[in-house]
Ligand binder design. Structure first.
Ligand SMILES: [Zn+2]
Length: 316
């Protein structure tokens, strides 16, 4: 029995999954902390190979059972050569030849792409977007990631860097973004954005008790669900900004479907209808676009499903 192996590297957790060849069945998965996958004592490609071997060991398998490895990276990637150009959420991957290093170490083909590109691929191959040939996946978590399927194929753009919806501008001269720009969408609707607002509406004591990164975002969502009026307004505003970013996307590309996912959408799905209403209002030029805005069903598994699909496309 042969499998496809997929790895979805996240800022906090990394998912590894074994997927059947020829069917989208996930046979096994694991979700170790990313800092245990990349402890920093070896070049990242070798650490990745170690993590793959540990995962295969746990399933009583060896690399010989695998036809290839598809890896999603939370950053900018040169897919053709498996090189990580920049990885703002995991700086130790910056400028590394993650693909070739891991490939040589494992003796297997290893393919890399941006993580939300792979999410779009996963939704198209095995998710709610199955068979939808013009599709955008937009993931609202700590940041805002996106991926595009156009004419049935993943769209990378001229430099392989397309589909950075989170860094399109929704407020001219707005908040300073971590990318160096100002007024980017993710500064207004992501977990990062909610954490900034949390510092204005909650006491430092309430936030301090929660401790972890982006805990402020969770507090805003929890309180919005519990009926806290200001927190609810903040969520409505965040999904309104998301709606404007999606409206621009719809006017530009006219996708048939936008699949929404990620921690913020999962925790507050009622925001989807708010964003959809903005798209309905602002996303038509003369003729309304027939676009479905839906929540992912694959959710956390969309990325590994995309990684497995990448292997299938590359290895066959
Ligand atoms: Zn930005």
């Amino acid at each position: 029995m042969k499998y496809r192996l997929a790895v979805d590297i996240g800022a906090t957790r990394t998912m590894l999954a074994l997927v059947d060849v020829g069917s989208p069945r996930i046979v096994a998965h694991d979700r170790p902390y990313t800092e245990t996958v990349f402890p920093g004592n070896r070049p990242p490609g070798h650490s990745l190979a170690d993590a793959v071997r540990r995962f295969l060991d746990s399933q009583a398998l060896t690399p010989e059972s695998v036809i290839g490895v598809g890896v999603g990276v939370p950053g900018l990637v040169n897919q053709a050569i498996g090189h990580v150009l920049a990885c703002p959420n995991l700086r130790l991957l910056d400028g590394t030849d993650l693909g070739p290093e891991a490939s040589e170490d494992l003796g297997l083909p290893v393919f890399l792409d941006n993580n939300t590109n792979l999410i779009a691929l996963g939704e198209h191959a095995a998710g709610i977007g199955q068979g939808v040939d013009d599709l955008a996946a937009v993931w609202v978590g700590s940041g805002v990631g996106s991926g595009l399927i156009l004419n049935g194929r993943l769209y990378h753009g001229a430099d392989g860097l397309a589909a950075e919806l989170g860094h399109t501008i929704v407020v001219p001269n707005g908040l300073q973004c971590t990318c160096g720009g100002r007024g980017c969408a993710e500064m207004y609707c992501s977990g990062k954005a909610l954490s900034l607002v949390a510092e204005q509406i909650f006491q430092p004591r309430e936030l301090f008790q929660l401790g972890t990164r982006f805990a402020g975002a969770r507090l805003v969502i929890e309180q919005a669900l519990a009926g806290h009026e200001r927190a609810h307004q903040v969520m409505v505003q965040a999904f309104t900004y998301l709606g404007y970013a999606l409206a621009n996307l719809v006017v530009l590309l006219s996708p048939r479907m936008i699949v929404l996912g990620g921690g913020v959408v999962k925790a507050w799905p009622e925001g989807i209808s708010i964003a959809a209403e903005i798209v309905r209002r602002e996303g038509s030029v003369e003729v309304p676009r027939d676009v479905l805005i839906v929540q992912s069903k694959l959710e956390d598994f969309a990325g590994v499903m995309g990684g497995a699909t990448l292997v299938e496309l590359e290895v066959g």
